[in-house]
Design a binder for this molecule. Structure first.
Ligand code: OGA
Ligand code: MN
Length: 210
């Protein structure tokens, strides 16, 4: 499938159901270079992930344990990923008129035992993160390695989907609508999480916090 066919399919599924989960979606070459880069990055580049402005470090650790490293244009892998994500943005804006504007994303490394409890990536009324994108960089993931992404409906506790973090799987969903969690990983788990935002800057709040 070409990138543009893939982007169309994602856009169509977002339109119909608000989420899209596709395996072997990320181009293999791009996925390989990202998978290689995330393993090559020195550990000092990663930092404990937070959960928002007001929360203490201690509180954050109860909710999530992964370590993250923001992705920028300074490496080939980072550049190619951001370009690919830009293509997806364009296709979604064309199909859904979401007005997606900026994109930010980070690598995440879950070590054995790490998890991320049920959360939403954005809150209604605080129109910052509109669409979440997640992709996985684990070439030989086994069911017994845990670390599934579990996606729930807006209301209710019966999962909509349980996704294994397999190499090249792409997950996209409306950030305000789908609570989700990462079950404890039983081995190193590498992913990318990213968010498209609308341009909601105004005089009282210039740039929504990451
Ligand atoms: C996140 C997140 C999911 C995953 O970083 O907000 O939900 O499967 N990640 O890594
Ligand atoms: Mn999330």
């Amino acid at each position: 499938m070409s990138d543009s066919e893939l982007f169309e399919q994602v856009a169509e599924e977002i339109y119909r159901q608000g989420y899209s989960v596709l395996s072997n979606a990320l181009p293999a070459e791009l996925c390989n270079s990202l998978a290689e880069e995330v393993r090559r990055l020195p550990s000092e580049r990663f930092s404990r992930a937070g959960i928002g402005r007001q929360e203490t470090h201690l509180k954050a650790e109860v909710i999530r344990r992964d370590e993250i490293c923001w992705i920028d244009n300074s490496t080939t892998a980072g550049h190619d990923w951001l370009e690919w994500a830009g293509g997806l943005k364009q296709a979604i804006n064309r199909r859904l008129f979401l007005g997606l504007f900026s994109f930010e994303s980070h690598y995440a490394h879950y070590q054995t035992g790490d998890f991320y409890k049920v959360h939403l990536d954005a809150f209604r009324g605080q129109q910052n993160r509109v669409l979440t994108v997640v992709t996985y960089l684990n070439p030989d993931w086994n069911p017994e390695d845990g670390g599934e992404l579990v996606i729930y409906p807006e209301k209710g506790s019966t999962p909509l989907m349980k996704v294994m973090p397999e190499f090249g799987t792409l997950v996209v969903f409306l950030s305000e609508e789908f609570p989700h969690e990462v079950l404890p990983a039983k081995t190193d788990r590498y992913s990318i999480a990213g968010w498209y935002r609308i341009n909601s800057s105004d005089s009282s709040r210039i740039d929504p916090e990451a």
